[in-house]
Design a protein around this ligand. Structure first.
Ligand SMILES: [Ca+2]
Ligand SMILES: [Ca+2]
Length: 115
């Protein structure tokens, strides 16, 4: 009975580690442009991106993968402008508001040396 428990525990841990490997290959979940993850892409998200770039504490919104709307690897004022353009109804060349965020982002806090 003790061995059965150990076998089940090992099987479960293999399954869990397999799940982590599969998750690592998935695109980052979230709505592109929705930095604060409230389900809406609007000027608040742009403000958070700008606040980050200006050195304000935005640690509650990290890692901000969904803020890299132009997928250049950086979360910066260019992304904020694109988010604002989307928010006012202008056509943007990026799939803002759709599922899937950049997985390879250089967060603004690293550029500013805040964290
Ligand atoms: Ca939002
Ligand atoms: Ca960007």
């Amino acid at each position: 009975m003790k061995y059965l428990f150990l076998i089940l525990l090992l099987a479960a841990s293999f399954e869990l580690s397999g799940e982590k490997i599969r998750d690592a290959k998935k695109p980052e979940c979230g709505i592109l442009g929705d930095v604060n993850r409230d389900g809406i892409v609007n000027s608040t998200d742009a403000l958070i991106v700008l606040s980050c770039e200006s050195g304000q504490d935005v640690s509650q919104f990290l890692p901000m993968n969904c803020g890299d709307v132009n997928d250049d690897g950086f979360v910066d004022s260019n992304d904020a402008l694109i988010i604002l353009s989307y928010d006012v109804g202008l056509d943007v060349a990026y799939p803002i508001g759709e599922l899937g965020c950049s997985k390879h982002v250089k967060p603004c806090e690293c550029e500013n040396g805040l964290r």
